[in-house]
Design a protein around this ligand. Sequence first.
Ligand SMILES: Nc1ncnc2c1ncn2[C@@H]1O[C@H](COP(=O)(O)OP(=O)(O)O)[C@@H](O)[C@H]1O
Ligand SMILES: [Mg+2]
Length: 344
Amino acid sequence: MRLQDETVAFKMGGVDAKPEDDVAEEVPSSIQRNLVVVGYALTSKKIKSFLKPKLEGLARNKGILFVAIDQNRPLSDQGPFDIVLHKLTGREWRQILEDYRRTHPDVTVLDPPDAIQHLHNRQSMLQCVADMNLSDSYGKVGVPRQLVIKKDASSIPNAVTKAGLMLPLVAKPLVADGSAKSHELSLAFDRHSLQKLEPPLVLQEFVNHGGVMFKVYIVGDAIKVVRRFSLPDVCKRELASNAGVLRFPRVSCAAASADDADLDPRVAELPPRPLLEKVAKELRRRLGLRLFNLDIIREYGKGDQYYVIDINYFPGYGKMPEYEHIFTDFLLNLVQSRYKKRSV
Ligand SMILES: Nc1ncnc2c1ncn2[C@@H]1O[C@H](COP(=O)(O)OP(=O)(O)O)[C@@H](O)[C@H]1O
Ligand SMILES: [Mg+2]
């Protein structure tokens, strides 16, 4: 059974997309070239999943040209670009981008490297959500109770007791840089086994959520939400009979879409749209990012309590329905609104 309204696209206030024909008229730099030039520095894996022929084709029709950045040549010698799209890691690259931003204030760098850096640590990543402390008539959005362990695994059982954290606990590497290692999560069922974990890590209370999570994709003002299968609930009986540490590498990458599954409606129901709008808008502002996604779960049996458990920069947009249209409109809007700002 295909549930109705399972993926939702909408805009959060802001500037609406202009019809593509209007764009060339309003952006002088693009009139001359008649193109919006987007330089990209992405891994080959990202190029394959994101820069698909459909996206490039649609972009071309709308006057957007994607140009690969050559990392072996100075960035300033390339282009001229209207936008630089990037997802590469490393201190050196960050420095190159920061210098480029300073010397090319007219180019939009998506997104600022230091803002992205914020998401590479699982503690700072969720701090904005915790600070937001969002609660309204549509629900509450928080972060599961968690504890950061920098070193010394033998101290974990006492630290957990002191912090009053309840088992089971999800252990996540503190560093979240997209490497295979950063996705090696485990579930610890008993206090004693906590010593087997390898710091630095974040220990997070496992929240039962009916085995389904929501991926909220954000591209500027646009949001789409999809369901994905997640870890199954752990009941009290299981907790009592299970011991040890269950390792689950790359669970998030393997999670299948749950959009077509025949699910309990209490589990399947998407988070209220106004609540997601608020969260996305607030996080966009606090994080200073325009391209990211959130993993959100709803506590089972507590209709309106939501938890953000993960935030990723420039996620796999290939899995976001209609991302080609959303992304190209977003790029055009960026150039347009920059021009409008300059001409005021
Ligand atoms: N606190 C939690 N409670 C319940 N399930 C969780 C929790 N944290 C993570 N998970 C499950 O583990 C998966 C991976 O966790 P996540 O923090 O998203 O790490 P990754 O960086 O590998 O995507 C999630 O998609 C979800 O299924
Ligand atoms: Mg995740």
